[in-house]
Design a protein around this ligand. Sequence first.
Ligand SMILES: [Zn+2]
Length: 387
Amino acid sequence: MAHRRLRRSARDAAAQLALEIYERIEKLHAELLRRRTKDAVPAEIDLRLRASVHSAERRQAAAAFAAQLTEQMEEEIAQRLAALSPLVPGHVYCFWCESARCEHAAPPHSRAVFAGYEPNGLPRWDEFASFCLAAKAPRVHQLHEEPPRPFTLFMHGNLLTKKQLAEFGAASTTFRILCQAVVGYFLLGGNDSARKTAVTIQAVETCAGRRAPVLALNIVGRTPSGGHLVDEVARMPDRRMAELFQKARSRIKDLGLRRTRPERERELASCIRHVAAGLEKIHRQESRRTKHARLRHLDPSRPAANALSDTARAGKGDFFNDRRRTTCIVLGPRGRTHVFNADGKHVTSMVAGGEDIERRLHTTQWVPMPDEQREALKARILGAKED
Ligand SMILES: [Zn+2]
């Protein structure tokens, strides 16, 4: 009897010690959490612990154990807070799901821009072209140029929450868009037909847990291959976009220190406009370069390959207006005949026989181009006017 009682009390003592370890773990977790957020919330913690006990170097073993335990718990907390964070680069906050990681939080494709919140707090994503039409953007006619010539629409944040109900985050401090610019279209990677991209650039203020509100630059956009633009930019060999974003990021970070709100908001707006203008510029140059490259890399036996060099060398008497088709003609050596539209965009090239050229001149289908128009067209074809 006595023997059994002894065993039971030993078991009780062991259970009691294990319970104490549980309580200690809970306390440790609460302590680590307390530094970063408001309340302790239920959590599942996976612990893999290795303890050397009764060893000769007991003190070191205990320190190693403690470090291991704290590290694992901090890791769990960091992961959980990241999942709760209202600021996930490349995403907006979805007030319906109360998450920046749900399926609504990022644009569905490369041409989509953030168009504001629905009454229920769901983010709305619009095709850039539809968004511009709805906003009656003055440069909307440029949307269909080939290659596209990007332009920007800028707006203050209150326009984006106009329809949103207070119950679904309209006045929330968790995630506030102070202002944004949408820029489109430009061509980015992938096949020509599917390269159209638009992007939303935001200045946001987020507030998580008990931490002070923070200002951040948020670049929201998908690449044509479906990745997040903000991630892909870091991997692009062309560093211009990455540098543009990096500069704006540090400028906004420094702004957090400024005192007055109007001054801060003015600065933020100017910063967002600056990023948008920078993107426009990078991609305007890009378009011109790809246009040149496209022509230059054509089969040299085909006349189109010479369209630019022939235009550069063409003399006064080599420029004509085609009256039937409202196109412009540039004659090169060996009967090479290049056709451009009035904007200087290359339409086609052919090799025409001398008789063919004579015939068109004779029938006055082609009329010599006036000096002023010729110089303007030449500049447009060679891209000098595109900057
Ligand atoms: Zn959602």
